[in-house]
Design a protein around this ligand. Sequence first.
Ligand code: ZN
Length: 444
Amino acid sequence: MPESATIQDILRQSTCPACAHHVAVRFFDGGHLPLTTLAWPKSANEAKAMKRLPHSFVRCVDCGHVYNADFSYAEVPYSDKPNLMFNKGEIWSEHLRAVVELLIERLPSDPIVIEIGCGEGHLLRALAGACRGGRFIGFDPNASIDAGDAFEARAELFDPAVHLAEFRPDLVISRHVFEHLMNPLGFVQSLAFAAAWEHCPTRLFIEVPCIDRVFEMGRTVDFFYEHNSHFTTQSMSRMLERCASGVDMIETGYNDEVLFALAEFGERQQAVDFAESANAFRNRVRRSHETIQRELDILARSEYSVAIWGGTGKAAAFINQLGLDAQRFPTVVDSDPDKAGTHVPGTGQLIRHRDHLLEHPVDFIVIATQWRAADIALEIQRTGIRHQAIVIEYQGRLIDFLRDEHPYRIEPSDRSNESDYIEPIPRPKFLSRRVRTRLMKEAS
Ligand SMILES: [Zn+2]
C-alpha cells in the first residue's frame, strides 16, 4: 500500500518541533497504545485498562525530524510520576564519564552550571566533584531530589525568562529532556532571547536519543508516547542554527545511539530591538486608549449628540477596544446599506444605513476607520448630512478631521468637480481650545 501512496495519503500539515516547518509526511502509524515509562500501573487490571493514546509519527520534510503529530503533553503525568533513568550499565557509565570530561574542558574556573531535568543529579554531582569551585543548580519538578551538599536542588521547571537572569549560568545542561518536550525549538528560542535581552551570554548542552540509525534498521521501539520528538543529527543542527549564536559541537556517542550538541547564545540585537519596540507600542497604546476613552466619555456625557460611523471589521474593533457601549453610544451608521439591520459584534448597537443621519443629525460623527475617513467625509458632504465636526482618532487622541494635521487627508484628484471640495465649517465647541485643555487635564 505505501508503495503506491499518493500525496494526499502521506502529507500532514503539522508544525515540526525542531525546525517549525509545517509540512510532514506519515512515517510510523503505531496506532493507539498506552504510556510506557511514566504510568507505573499497580495491578494487571490497571495496566490493561490504561488509556490508549494516538502514536502518529510523521517526518518533517525540511529537517528530517520525526515526531508524534498527535502528541498531547497533558497526557503525560510528569508532575506526579518520576522519570526513572537507569544509569548503571558499564558502557553507559563510560559514556557519562566522557560527557563530564567534555564539559569540564569547556567550563571556566568557578563555573555556574544549571541542569534542567536533573533527576537524582548523577551528572551534576560528577561535575561538581570534578570542579573545585563553582555553583551547581539542578532543576527538576520532581520534588524529592536528595542533593545533599553536592548541588542546589530546585523542585520546579526551569524558565529561561526567570532563571537565566537569576543565576547567569555559564552552562545550561539538558540531558534526555528535549525528546519529551512539546516544543523544543520554542524552549531553545526562549533561552536565546533571554540571553540577548538580559545580556547574559550562556551555553547549552543538549543530549538526546539519536535516531540516525533507526532508518536503516527499520526499528520502531523508539517511538513510544513519552518520546514525542526524535532528533537526527540534521534536525538537531537545524534547530540550533535557527537560534544559537554559534554551534560548537554536534556529535553522536554510545554507538551512535545518543546525540549531543553544544551551542552558544549571546547578543541578538534585532530580537532586542523588536522587543523594545513592541514594549514601547504597548505602553503608548495603553496611554492613548486611556486618553481616548476619557475624551469619548466626556463627549458622551456632554450635551452633544454623537454617531459612530462604521460597525463591522476595523470599526467594530475600535468600538470593542475602547468599550463604546450601546448605552453611551447608541447610534452606529455605515456607508454600506447591506450592513444595516445587523448589530455591532460584542456591544450590540443596531447598525443603521448612513441615511439615518439625514433625518436624525448629530453634532459629532466619529469615524472609527481612519484609513477610510477621507472617503467618508466626502460622502457626508455629498449626502448633505448635517454635523458640527468629523472626529477621528490619531496619535492617541481625538482630532478634528478637517482642521487638524494628520496623514489621512486625501485630496480629491479631480478638483474641477466642485462637489469634491469639503467646505470647512466653524470649529465646534467641543474641540475648542478651552475644551481641549479641559480634556487634556482630565486625561492626564
Ligand atoms: Zn523540521
